[in-house]
Design a protein around this ligand. Structure first.
Ligand SMILES: Nc1ncnc2c1ncn2[C@@H]1O[C@H](COP(=O)(O)OP(=O)(O)OP(=O)(O)O)[C@@H](O)[C@H]1O
Length: 269
């Protein structure tokens, strides 16, 4: 059965608007940086105890694109991310899950090993001077220069997530999968981490699939925002605004409203 995916693409900075389904690889010229998609899913389905959580997901993510995935709690975001990461062997579907060979995953908690110092966590067993130099460089990139020998329990929540990002970067991933990576952080730290993540993306250009509950986080960071509903991609919205983006940008308001409407959230004005 073919999956019907409503596809909405914002083509101008001021008005997110619906278009007909777009199957061309060039939905956005800026993101069509390679001809091979980083992720290509066809009719991806996953059930738990006979209940379909993913019900025929079709999704292409071009190489180098920054994509955010929104959806209600329990809509299947983490299930989709785990499938793309290749961590779920019971999904049904065709196409490539994670095509790139180098995939890194970042979770809500840093998952640093408490018995390893920060640098050793980042290196994850890689040995030698060159690896250590790469690890130090990655830590410097995330603002943790000087903390290489700290233990994980000496880091704040934000620092621990920085270390987790450094650990993911050190492998130069082609695809970065992030499941609510800033969900446990306070609002100010989260905003700093948004800036950092976007800077890291500018520098390394991995494809990104970021799962989040936070509509503003999605709009400020991603070039394309997906909404998962009833087991499929219900809305596919291109955020056509330059970076760095400000939360205060009034032109982002329309995207916010479009996404909130797709999520069934009504705003009181
Ligand atoms: N291993 C599992 N066994 C049984 N049910 C599962 C399993 N993993 C996920 N589910 C169910 O699948 C549904 C989707 O879960 P998932 O974690 O993907 O949602 P989510 O959108 O990421 O939610 P949240 O935003 O709350 O993290 C939920 O109803 C969940 O209970």
């Amino acid at each position: 059965m073919a999956t019907h995916t409503e596809r909405l693409t914002a083509t101008g900075p001021e008005s997110p608007k619906a278009t007909t389904p777009d199957t061309s690889a060039s939905a956005s010229a800026a993101t069509a940086v390679a001809d091979r998609p980083a992720v290509q899913l066809r009719a991806l389905t996953r059930s738990f105890d006979g209940r379909k959580v993913l019900d025929g997901v079709d999704l292409d993510i071009p190489a180098g694109q920054f994509v955010a995935l929104l959806g209600h709690s329990g809509s299947g975001k983490s299930t989709l991310l785990r499938a793309v990461a290749g961590l779920d062997h019971e999904v049904v579907g065709s196409g490539r899950l994670a095509a790139p060979s180098r995939v890194s995953v970042v979770f809500q908690d840093s998952r640093l090993l408490p018995w390893r110092r920060v640098l050793d966590n980042v290196l994850l067993g890689a040995e030698g001077r060159e690896a250590a130099a790469r690890g130090r460089e990655a830590l410097a990139e995330v603002g943790l220069k000087g903390r290489e020998r700290a233990w994980p329990n000496e880091l704040s929540g934000g620092e621990a997530q920085r270390a987790a990002l450094a650990r993911s970067l050190v492998r130069e991933p082609e695809l970065l999968l992030a499941d609510e990576p800033f969900g446990a952080l306070d609002a100010l730290t989260r905003i700093k981490m948004h800036t950092l993540l976007r800077q890291l993306w500018e520098r390394h250009r991995p494809s990104v699939l970021l799962v989040t509950h936070d509509v503003d986080e999605a709009i400020v960071l991603a070039d394309r925002v997906l909404v998962l509903e009833e087991g499929r991609i219900g809305l596919d919205l291109t955020i056509d605004r330059p970076h760095p983006r400000s939360y205060r940008d009034p032109l982002l308001g329309e995207y916010r409203e479009r996404l909130l409407a797709a999520l069934g959230v009504k705003e009181d004005h």
